[in-house]
Write a protein that binds this ligand. Structure first.
Ligand code: NAD
Length: 311
């Protein structure tokens, strides 16, 4: 059994690290947020105060961090991963970052003779809990083979996408398609409501028809239809507007860099930007359904409950 350092015990990191514990590994966790470390500790993760302590003798180190700047900081700072990793420690970043940040991780690792694999994930918090995530791996073939073993207890699918950065490229394209699908489900759900359809009946139809998508099955933005959907919980985040905005922005940036036209992704990005500007970045990204509603209100979303919770 292996020793695995796990940095970032949030929505994704917490269930992922718990599956590694359940598989019999020793998992040493680090997070800045006390509620995240407490929840991870309750699931068997040994909480340690520093990255150095987490990496001491570790076979692998996994990061699950919000944004590119967090990844660059955690890997690159003087008390970070690159400063403390041994050449035998396999480094895996499961965060969604831009291609350049991932390439930077690969370059910096190679300069120190360390092994790094970009290992972004898809499947959301439900996939993380159910250990059915899809892992998209990019890096040297030998490192990717080792990574396949490490991620096994968290994964439903593990796909070697190619050389350094190929995993993250696949992830950005996938998520761009997800947020375009979220727009389709947003508009579809609201039109179905206004046409007088029972939400569950319509969902049953679309689920087995050509309107089906992962977003429909997992994130339908109407309460009482899909068990784990944010709509059941006042649109508290399972996948936050901030993270969705980040992913969509990274895809649009990749479109700009490659000359690919992305009008639908730009529309999704505009809606996510609007929610951020309204101070709703911490809510769930499926709150974009509000933009399809005739009067801007959304069944299942009561802004007064947010205001009450913040007092
Ligand atoms: P999250 O914000 O819930 O968790 C990130 C954790 O990292 C937080 O607990 C935060 O305190 C911690 N953190 C930040 N800076 C740190 C530092 N310097 N040292 C230690 N810990 C630090 O985010 P999440 O939803 O778990 O997502 C993590 C990553 O996975 C993101 O890049 C996201 O885009 C990606 N992702 C998320 C989902 C999803 O459905 N939530 C799905 C696929 C991929």
């Amino acid at each position: 059994m292996a020793i695995i350092a796990f940095i970032g015990l949030g929505h994704m990191g917490q269930p992922m690290s718990a599956h590694l514990v359940a598989a019999g590994h020793t998992v040493r966790g680090v997070d800045l947020d006390a509620s995240a470390t407490q929840a991870a500790a309750a699931r068997g993760v040994q909480i340690v105060p520093t990255i150095a302590a987490a990496l001491d003798g570790a076979d692998a180190a996994i990061t699950s961090l919000p944004k590119p700047e967090h990844v660059r900081g955690v890997y690159g700072r003087p008390d970070g991963i690159f400063a403390h990793a041994a050449s035998s420690t396999l480094l895996l970043d499961t965060s969604t970052v831009d291609v350049e940040t991932s390439q930077w991780c690969h370059r910096e690792a190679e300069a120190r003779q360390l092994s790094f694999v970009d290992a972004p994930i898809s499947g959301g918090t439900t996939g993380a809990e159910a250990h059915t995530l899809t892992f998209m791996l990019g890096g040297r073939p030998g490192d990717v083979d080792r990574a396949r073993e490490v991620v096994g207890p968290m994964a439903g699918n593990v796909i070697a996408c190619g050389a350094a950065g190929a995993g993250i490229a696949a992830k950005l394209v996938n998520n761009m398609m997800l947020f375009i699908n979220v727009l389709a489900v947003s508009e579809g759900s609201q039109l179905a409501e206004q046409l007088g359809l029972d939400a569950h009946v319509f969902w049953d139809v679309a689920r087995v028809s050509s309107g089906d998508s992962w977003a429909l099955r997992t994130w339908y933005p109407v309460p009482g239809v899909v068990d784990k959907a944010a709509a059941n919980n006042n649109f508290d985040a399972t996948f936050s507007v901030d993270l969705a905005r980040k992913d969509c922005g990274l895809a649009v940036q990749a479109g700009d860099e490659t000359g690919v036209q992305l009008p639908a992704a730009r529309l999704a990005l505009t809606q996510l930007d609007t929610l951020v500007a309204e101070g709703l970045g911490a809510k769930d990204c499926t709150l974009v359904a509000r933009f399809a509603s005739p009067d801007g209100t959304l069944r299942g979303y009561d802004p007064a409950r947010d205001a009450a919770a913040s007092h």
